[in-house]
Design a protein around this ligand. Structure first.
Ligand SMILES: Nc1nc2c(ncn2[C@@H]2O[C@H](COP(=O)(O)OP(=O)(O)O)[C@@H](O)[C@H]2O)c(=O)[nH]1
Ligand SMILES: [Mg+2]
Length: 452
């Protein structure tokens, strides 16, 4: 571990230095205000002392350049030192906001900004920008229309051909629209999107929605766009579109249906499988009065067995440990008096073909089992994709997203809904058992993605 001490004027300054020196995996161990210079501690300058550390192996990895700021160190800092992290985050967020405002909202005329009634004027600024973009858009279409005009007029000149002309006109318009979409959706012409739609696109990408999933929503928004739309209206409409697109992916009311006897949980180590099982089990037991049992196949770490056993003891439910999939039927037999058995698996085993095959045979054999994939929202979407692919052999039908409290980007839920047949069932929001779990609904997810 490499530890470094910094004396800085502000937290953003410290974060920049830490990122350059120690890389993005550094964590902030401590930060405190100090006085530097002066005599006997008097008349000194108020500064901040920040102590940061990084695992040596992490430090050797290529460092992110300061030109690509990342929120990761701040999130890590939040775990290590909430107060310092919060201060840093607020300061950085304020900077980012100031930059965004300067880039996107600042109207061309400085007099407008200097106006004392700046609130109203600033609020109207995007509208002006949008008006401009909108007319540019209309202009493009009109110019192309003009080019087509002679042909249309010829057709229009013959009364018998009027209906034909109408459908020709429609075909031309459809063709124009398609060309316009294509133009709008290519990345180098992003700037041409009307401002309200651009706001939606920025939001989706910031939420880590993939380009493909975002384009789908943007495409529909463009079709529906009304002249004079403000950003808020576009955002609201986008939220509705997300809700619609999630209708298939989120079954309501979710929960674990009463005919389900076995609920299996798969996913990488540390995503929160065991904690989530404990939350669900407690709820099923306390609210639905079901007789619960636990099986753990996660024998890789002693602590993992102990962890589920502790929950079993707290809830006073029977608990079985299996060392191979072959032992699961006997364990199930011993738990035959239970209405619902939660089966916890080890994350590392998803690479073990034999293990996955064993699980696969077992779950296919039993029609009353439900397979949950557990994914952490705090992980990268590309990693989620790999995990989903590795579990391709297991008939997973539901997905639970964990650690919503550790990130501000929820787009992965939309991506998973677009790219898999999984039903999104729950979202977990913290470490507290049994409280920090909520049923996923399309509205909730859409709101998490598009809301402020
Ligand atoms: N912040 C946060 N932590 C969680 C959440 N769910 C689980 N955890 C924590 O993540 C860590 C790993 O959880 P665990 O259930 O052991 O993961 P498993 O290896 O997948 O079984 C534990 O410290 C949990 O308390 C959540 O929704 N939010
Ligand atoms: Mg576990």
């Amino acid at each position: 571990m490499r530890v470094k001490r910094y004396i800085v004027d502000s937290m953003p300054e410290a974060l920049d230095k830490i990122r350059i020196d120690l890389g993005q995996d550094a964590i902030i161990l401590n930060s405190k205000p100090i006085k530097t210079g002066g005599i006997f501690g008097l008349f000194g300058k108020q500064q901040i002392e920040v102590v940061a550390a990084v695992d040596e192996k992490e430090a050797e990895k290529p460092k992110r350049t300061p030109a690509q700021p990342s929120r990761e160190p701040i999130i890590r800092a939040a775990a290590a030192n909430p107060t310092a992290a919060k201060r840093a985050y607020q300061s950085m967020a304020a900077d980012a906001l100031a930059n965004t405002v300067a880039e996107t909202v600042a109207p061309p005329d400085p007099i407008v900004l200097a106006d004392a009634g700046s609130v109203t004027v600033r609020e109207r600024a995007p509208l002006t920008a949008q008006g401009g973009e909108q007319s540019a858009l209309t202009r493009t279409v009109n110019q192309e229309d003009a080019a087509q005009a002679p042909r249309s007029q010829e057709a229009g000149g013959k009364p018998a051909a009027a209906a034909h002309a109408g459908s020709d006109q429609l075909a031309v318009e459809v063709r124009h629209m398609r060309q316009m979409f294509e133009k709008l959706l290519t990345s180098d012409s992003r700037q041409q999107l009307p401002q309200p739609i651009q706001t939606v696109r920025d939001r989706l990408l910031q939420q880590e929605v993939t380009e493909e999933a975002a384009s789908e929503i943007i495409r529909q928004l463009i079709m529906e766009a009304e002249p004079g739309w403000e950003a808020a209206e576009a955002v609201k409409r986008a939220e509705e579109l997300i809700i619609q697109s999630l209708q298939k992916a989120v079954i309501e009311p979710v929960g674990i249906e009463s005919n389900v006897r076995y609920a299996f949980f798969f996913g990488p180590t540390g995503v929160g499988k065991t904690t989530t099982i404990a939350k669900l089990a407690a709820n099923c037991m306390l609210k639905e009065k079901r007789k619960i049992g636990f099986i753990t196949a996660d024998t890789y770490r002693i602590a993992a067995v102990e962890q589920l056993k502790t929950y079993a003891n707290i809830l006073n439910v029977p608990f079985e440990v299996v060392f191979s999939p072959k032992e699961i039927p006997q364990a199930m037999e011993r738990l035959s008096g239970c209405d619902l058995v939660f089966v916890d698996t080890a994350g590392r085993n998803y690479r073990n073909d034999e293990y996955v095959q064993g699980i696969r045979e077992l779950v296919v054999a039993d029609q009353n089992s439900l397979n949950f994939m557990v994914l952490s929202l705090a992980s990268k979407y590309s990693d989620m994709r790999t995990i989903i692919r590795n579990f391709g052999d297991v008939p997973v039908s539901r997905v639970i997203f964990t650690k919503a409290d550790e990130t501000e980007a929820y787009g992965a839920m939309l991506n998973v809904a677009a790219e898999t047949n999984f039903s999104i069932s729950y979202i977990t929001t913290g470490q507290n058992v049994p409280d920090d779990i909520i049923v996923a609904t399309p509205r909730l997810i859409a709101n998490m993605i598009m809301g402020e």
